[in-house]
Design a protein around this ligand. Structure first.
Ligand code: UDP
Length: 355
C-alpha cells in the first residue's frame, strides 16, 4: 500500500505546543510511524529542505509552493512516478489541495478535519465553513475522532460519508506514577480557543491555595501569551513555555490533575495523555473529552469558571478519588494505544482501496 498524506497547514517535524503546531502534528507523527509496518507513506508538507526520510518507509516531502494548486501539481507529479493507492488530507487547507488533486489522481480520498469550523463554539469563519463543506462533499470518506462529532457532521450533511476513529496515545511514553501532588496542570497551545482565562478565573474562585503549571507556547510569544500572563498576574501560575513532546511525561507525573478549559475541543489529545499517566482530567462536558474521559476518569462540567473551580476543589481534597479516577483513566487509555488505532486505520484504508 502506498499512501499520500497531505499536511499543508503545519509540518509534523516542527516542535509542537506553540503557534499553529499542536495535536495534529502528534497525530500525523504517531499514526504514520505505526502504519509504516504495513505501507509506504509520503507526507507532503510546505518547506524548502527537500525530502526527509523518517524511517525506512516514511518520507516527509517538503514542497516549496504556497499556492495550493501548484502544491497539488507536485503531488500529481509524484503520483505519476510511483502511484499512490490512497490520499489522506489533514485539516481544511490540505483539503483544498485535495480538491485540486482529486480529479487527476482518481484514487480514494480520506479527509480529517481536526477542527470542524461549523461546530466551533467561538470565532467561526463563514468562508472556511463553506470550504469545509465542499471538501466533505468531494472526498470519499471523512474521518472524525469522536462518534459525537461524526453524528453532528452527519446530521448537518446527510450525504457525507463519515466514520469515527479516535486519536491515540503512546501508553509507553505516558505511564502512571504515585499522585500525592497538589498543583494542577494545563498543557496546550496558548490560543484563545483553549479558554485559559476560565482556568485563571477558577484559581481566583478557589478557597484553597493551588498552583497552576502552564505548559505550552514559547516565552518569546507576544500577543495572547502576554495577555494571559497579565491576566494571571499575582496568581500562583508557573509559565513553563513550550516543552518537547518526549519530555512532557515528567509534567504529567508531577501534577495532581490536568485541566482542559477549552471552549472547543474536537478530541483533546492532552486528556488522553493525562489518563495514560494515571491523572484525572477536569474539563467541559460539551467537548470531545466526553468520549475519552467520560464520567469516571475525571470531572467534566458545564462551561464556566465557577464549575471548573468546583471540580478542581473536589479532586484536590479527594486523594482516594484521584487515585481511583487515575486507575480507570489508565485502563481506558490502554484501549487507545496508537498500535490499536493504527490497526483501525489499516482496515479502513484496505476497505476503501478494495472498493
Ligand atoms: N504539546 C507538546 N508540548 C507543549 C504543549 C503541547 O508536546 O508544550 C502537545 C500535547 O502533548 C498534545 C498536543 O500538543 O499532544 C496538543 O494536542 P490537543 O489535541 O490537546 O490540542 P490541539 O493543539 O490539537 O488543539
Amino acid at each position: 500500500m502506498r499512501i499520500c498524506v497531505v499536511s499543508y497547514h503545519s509540518s509534523p517535524l516542527t516542535p509542537v505546543g506553540s503557534g499553529k503546531s499542536g495535536g495534529m502534528s502528534i497525530v500525523i507523527r504517531s499514526l504514520y510511524d505505526r502504519l509504516a509496518q504495513f505501507a509506504d507513506i509520503d507526507i507532503f508538507v510546505r518547506g524548502d529542505a527537500g525530502v526527509i526520510e523518517k524511517g525506512r518507509r516514511v518520507k516527509v516531502i517538503q514542497v516549496g509552493q504556497r499556492d495550493t494548486r501548484r502544491f497539488a501539481e507536485e503531488i500529481i507529479c509524484r503520483h505519476n512516478a510511483c502511484h499512490y493507492d490512497l490520499m489522506h488530507t489533514h485539516y481544511w487547507s490540505s483539503g483544498v489541495v485535495g480538491l485540486h488533486a482529486k480529479p487527476v489522481l482518481k484514487i480514494p480520498w480520506l479527509h480529517t478535519l481536526h477542527t470542524v469550523e461549523i461546530l466551533k463554539t467561538v470565532r467561526q469563519d463563514r468562508t472556511r465553513i463553506e470550504i469545509e463543506e465542499e471538501i466533505m462533499r468531494s472526498c470519499d470518506l471523512v474521518v472524525s475522532p469522536t462518534k459525537q462529532e461524526a453524528l453532528a457532521i452527519k446530521s448537518l450533511y446527510p450525504d457525507v460519508r463519515v466514520i469515527a476513529i479516535p486519536h491515540g496515545v503512546d501508553t509507553r511514553r505516558f505511564t502512571p506514577s504515585q499522585n500525592g501532588h497538589k498543583n494542577i496542570l494545563f498543557v496546550g497551545r496558548v490560543d484563545p480557543i483553549k479558554g485559559i482565562h476560565f482556568l485563571i478565573d477558577a484559581l481566583r474562585h478557589m478557597k484553597s491555595d493551588i498552583g497552576l503549571t502552564l505548559v505550552g507556547g514559547s516565552p518569546k510569544d507576544t500577543g495572547n501569551f502576554k495577555s494571559v500572563q497579565t491576566y494571571a498576574a499575582g496568581l500562583p501560575v508557573d509559565f513553563v513555555g513550550q516543552v518537547r513532546h518526549d519530555r512532557l511525561s515528567e509534567y504529567y507525573s508531577k501534577t495532581s490533575m490536568l485541566v482542559v478549559p477549552s471552549h472547543y475541543e474536537s478530541f483533546g489529545l492532552v486528556g488522553l495523555e493525562a489518563m495514560a499517566s494515571g491523572r484525572p482530567v477536569v474539563g467541559f462536558s460539551h467537548t470531545g473529552l466526553q468520549e475519552t474521559v467520560g464520567d469516571d476518569a475525571g470531572i467534566l462540567v458545564k462551561m464556566g469558571a465557577r464549575s471548573l473551580a468546583g471540580a478542581i476543589e473536589i479532586l484536590s481534597r479527594g486523594y482516594e478519588l484521584r487515585q481511583r479516577m487515575g486507575i480507570i483513566g489508565r485502563k481506558k487509555a490502554l484501549a487507545f494505544d496508537w498500535s490499536h488505532i493504527a490497526n483501525k486505520y489499516k482496515t479502513t484504508y484496505e476497505r476503501i482501496i478494495e472498493k
